[in-house]
Design a protein around this ligand. Sequence first.
Ligand code: 4AD
Ligand code: MG
Length: 505
Amino acid sequence: MQFKKVANFARVIKLGYKHLNQMKELKRTKIKALLESNNFGDIINVRGWVRTKRSSKNVAFITLNDGSTIHNIQIVIDLSEHGEESIQFIHSGAALSVNGELIESPGSGQNVELNAKEFTILGKADPEEYPLQPKKHSLEFLREKAHLRFRTNTFGAIARVRHSMIFAIHKFFNDKGFYNIHTPIITGSDAEGAGEMFRVTVLDPKSPPLNEDKSVNYKEDFFGKETNLTVSGQLEAELAALALSEVYTFGPTFRAENSNTTRHLAEFWMIEPEMAFYDINDDMDLAEEMLKFLIRYALEHCADDLAFLSKRQQDEDKNKKQEDRAPMELIEKLNFVLKNDFARITYTEAIEILKNSKPNKKNKFQFPVDKWGVDMQSEHERYLVEKHFEKPVIVTGYPKDIKAFYMKVNEDDKTVRAMDVLFPQIGEIIGGSQREENYDVLLKRMREMNVPEKEMWWYLETRKFGTVPHSGFGLGFERLIQFITGMGNIRDVIPFPRTPQNAEF
Ligand code: 4AD
Ligand code: MG
């Protein structure tokens, strides 16, 4: 937007005419670039939202943020020159366009500031109504203001880290020669068994067409069959991998589980690589390499935001009980994961460790571990990672009865080539497996687990035509962001969380 156009509809306060002609031509400079500049004396245009305003008799200081960085630029307005009324409509949350001279800052806390020559209020914010006054707000409060919470330091930092991680994921796979595949969001198969699904229909809920037995006749629905939102892109990614060798999906997934936890969303994003000719060990190697690449990328590209998030976590921890505090400072934790090989153990070994663990013997687990075959709960996963191994753990060889039909059955016919990557504070961050490539075994597993084989004809056919060993996994994007940012609740690492009873915004 050109300054001239802005002047047409917004209130313009002119502060000094010296550079006016020059200013009208000014292009906006982002605050990030400005803070890195030392071209003192330059006349610059910045635009952004007011964080704070303070004024004394002769001078006003306004901090402005435009989202390009966690840091603000300080705008200095000489009131003796421009009059006190010039700042009467500037409040937290208002949007400003400022032309000014870049000067070396005499104050501490910043290197440069902008000596305002001329500015425009692009959008006012009534201080009686604007909810984000410059003070600390609870995360719960901010969840109810999700339309504005991007404007806080915390949510600005998270949004930037999230973006960097999206970019890094595509870079990681692109550099390795993987192809990104778009798998369908609306799916006709209910085969994953990964969770309850959300139905997609255009039928009138009040009077749907009925079959003779009074069941809903989905033949009359939009797609002529029952459809749902996908819980995973894996099955379709497998089809692509069996031609393109190495592919990945990165899409939204939907699960209608009623689990109100700090690690579950009804709508979340998942990265699912799928690789032909990979066995379970190759799969684990790729998962570990990828997680380390992403953490290193965050450390290198998000240093300012991570420093802020680290300090934030330490401040929060001051009000927490010792056992609820983060065991390690955020950046130290990220470096720690980089430096150490992940532990790799079997499910059977994990159960032995858990059975003999102190919390199990002292009945401290909510779900006691008494026998081989039980599913591991998050408390068990975290015990293994945080207390026993004190580093990330990959567990393989889970009982086939608690895992999906497509996982390759081991020679013992009891366990499958599954692998879960467990992280501190998060628990399961990745779930994956080698896939069953043998047609007969796969069909048998489908029948055992009541997977509709007729509907899945296309999946089965790939095992008839040129089947090969292949593997893949799913990384929960929001869980990754939780780990990188240190945020305790998954609702705070996605802009607009979808959880039971909550789809506002
Ligand atoms: O373990 P899951 O269910 O695995 C699959 O869906 C496989 N199809 C993946 C594959 O092999 N291609 O989910 C994978 C990951 C979990 O480890 C977790 O990080 C995340 O997705 N996840 C969730 N994240 C947020 N909210 C939920 N409700 C989640 N459910 C799973
Ligand atoms: Mg899983």
